[in-house]
Design a protein around this ligand. Structure first.
Ligand code: HEC
Length: 115
């Protein structure tokens, strides 16, 4: 089954790429975002699915305190009346607290328009 072999090669390449990215720390936030968060939040942070909020902008969600955001990212979060919940650690239990800190820094830099 050539199809299955292709899928496996792809999966192995992906695992290798993730490992080499994890080893280089400065890109960790980007790697976490692109690996886990981008599916719902979109490459520009404005949300790619209905029910996912726009996180961009200087006074937006990312302007909240670190403690608030890190807790919501780690434990999951659903605001009242929201059609969809943010899953704990974006649904990736392998992410460490340091990973969440890195991805928060990354999102602030990328999506929060500097004052
Ligand atoms: C399955 C879709 C999904 C994935 C994957 C996901 N999120 Fe979310 N996220 C959401 C939704 C939906 C909300 C809004 C929840 C609400 O307000 O009820 C949200 C909200 C947030 C918020 C705003 C919290 C607030 O105070 O309003 C942050 C920050 C966030 N996500 C970060 C992340 C990070 C970082 C990742 C990757 C590690 C991630 N998300 C992965 C769906 C997702």
């Amino acid at each position: 089954m050539p199809g299955a072999r292709l899928v496996m090669l792809f999966a192995m390449g992906f695992a290798y790429a993730s490992l080499s990215i994890a080893a280089s720390d400065p890109g960790r936030g980007a790697a976490v975002f692109n690996g886990t968060c981008i599916a719902c939040h979109g490459s520009d942070g404005s949300g790619s699915l209905p029910g996912v909020p726009d996180m961009t902008g200087r006074t937006g969600l990312l302007s909240q305190d670190d403690a608030v955001l890190l807790k919501r990212m780690a434990e999951g979060f659903q605001s009242p009346g929201s059609p969809m919940a943010m899953p704990p650690r974006g649904g990736n239990p392998a992410l460490t607290d340091a990973d969440l800190r890195s991805v928060l820094n990354y999102m602030r830099k990328e999506f929060k328009i500097a004052p």
